[in-house]
Design a protein around this ligand. Structure first.
Ligand SMILES: *[C@@H]1O[C@H](CO)[C@@H](O)[C@H](O)[C@H]1NC(C)=O
Length: 139
């Protein structure tokens, strides 16, 4: 019996550790910091998502975030959207017409352009890399 208690306790702990509100290599923003941050960087890739994302899409995003960590002028931001409690960032979700069923939703904000570029590709590390290079390649 004790064995099972320990087994379940350990797994529960691991589950909690693997679900985080923050992805390394990103900055988490909200309605109040959105303009200050997004409008001041050359290239911002924003991810609208659940507050505690997990699963394949999130794993791919983590890899992507790591691999572009040293890319200058590129900032990755996470915008957690909740439809419960304090309804975090619902206003931003409405402004950019993103819906929960599409999460994670990626949008690319380039300096000087008010409207972002929608991401419609595969939600994978390679897909995101390709998208970035398409829109940020410098001649
Ligand atoms: C980007 O997505 C938003 C929300 O779905 C939509 O309103 C907008 O027209 C799209 N922009 C382009 C250029 O397709």
């Amino acid at each position: 019996m004790k064995f099972f208690d320990i087994f379940f306790a350990t797994h529960f702990f691991v589950l909690i550790l693997s679900i985080r509100a923050h992805t390394p290599g990103t900055v988490t923003i909200d309605s109040l910091t959105f303009n200050k941050i997004v409008r001041n960087f050359d290239v911002v890739l924003a991810k609208f998502d659940d507050k505690y994302p997990y699963g394949e899409h999130q794993d791919q995003f983590k890899k992507f975030a790591e691999s572009v960590a040293n890319t200058k002028n590129l900032l990755l931001v996470e915008i957690p959207v909740t439809d419960y409690g304090e309804k975090e960032n619902q206003q931003l979700a409405t402004e950019f017409k993103v819906t929960k069923t599409d999460f994670p939703v990626y949008k690319l904000f380039l300096k000087g352009k008010y409207k972002p570029i929608n991401y419609t590709g595969d939600k994978t590390e390679d897909g995101l890399k390709h998208f970035l290079s398409q829109h940020t390649s410098k001649e």
